[in-house]
Design a protein around this ligand. Structure first.
Ligand SMILES: Cc1cc2nc3c(=O)[nH]c(=O)nc-3n(C[C@H](O)[C@H](O)[C@H](O)COP(=O)(O)O)c2cc1C
Length: 182
């Protein structure tokens, strides 16, 4: 192995929460390896073979990473993969536990660099749209369960974002050491 490891940080973000997390991970990893930051809105295809590892980021939709992330994973086969997300409910809530388990399940197929989860503000327009759905389509009790976490949602703090970045720094360091030994 020669030179620094090459990593790709690719993210999907509708309203900016995941973008910010991706940018923090990118900034924090820069000293350690050669990283590229990419917005999946602009790149539907990733040349996975050009990278030693990939960190894929998305926003949580129905307790899973959003479609853009899942679609990319259908197209590429990264060896070393990490997944990070932002979500409207709190990551330490029971719903957060479901999200964690879903991501862990996805990562089982790969050499996992781990997962990172941060809270993210739910866009006001999303909450307003949800409230407008007639009770006949989604019962009020179910809607309330979605609207309430949305109303209580918040942006991740810089500290929370850096914590995720630091965990990836550690995973990448471990991965590098393993590669040096082989
Ligand atoms: C269609 C839709 C579905 C969502 N589903 C969930 C969900 O299942 N669980 C959750 O905690 N947050 C959910 N959210 C909230 C987003 O995951 C959260 O606000 C995220 O931080 C947005 O990231 P972004 O700003 O990068 O787009 C949903 C948002 C949208 C628009």
């Amino acid at each position: 192995m020669d030179g620094k490891l090459k990593g790709l940080i690719a993210y999907s973000s509708k309203t900016g929460n995941t973008k910010k997390l991706a940018e923090t991970i990118f900034r924090e990893l820069q000293n350690q390896c050669q990283v590229t930051l990419l917005d999946l809105k602009e790149h539907k295809i990733i040349d996975a073979e050009n990278y030693d590892f990939i960190l894929l980021g998305g926003w949580v939709d129905k307790a899973k990473p959003d479609k853009a992330v899942l679609k990319i994973l259908e197209k590429i086969e990264p060896k070393n993969l990490g997944i990070f997300v932002t979500m409207g409910a709190m990551p330490d809530s029971p719903h957060g536990e479901d999200v964690k388990n879903n991501i862990k399940e996805i990562l089982k197929k790969y050499n996992s660099l781990g997962y990172g989860i941060c809270p993210g503000t739910v866009d006001e327009k999303v909450i307003a749209r949800m409230k407008m759905i007639p009770d006949m389509i989604i019962p009020k009790s179910v809607k309330d369960k979605m609207v309430e976490p949305g109303n209580n949602s918040r942006e991740a703090t810089e500290e929370e974002r850096i914590k995720v970045a630091n965990e990836y720094k550690e995973s990448v360091k471990n991965m590098e050491q393993k590669l040096l030994l082989t």
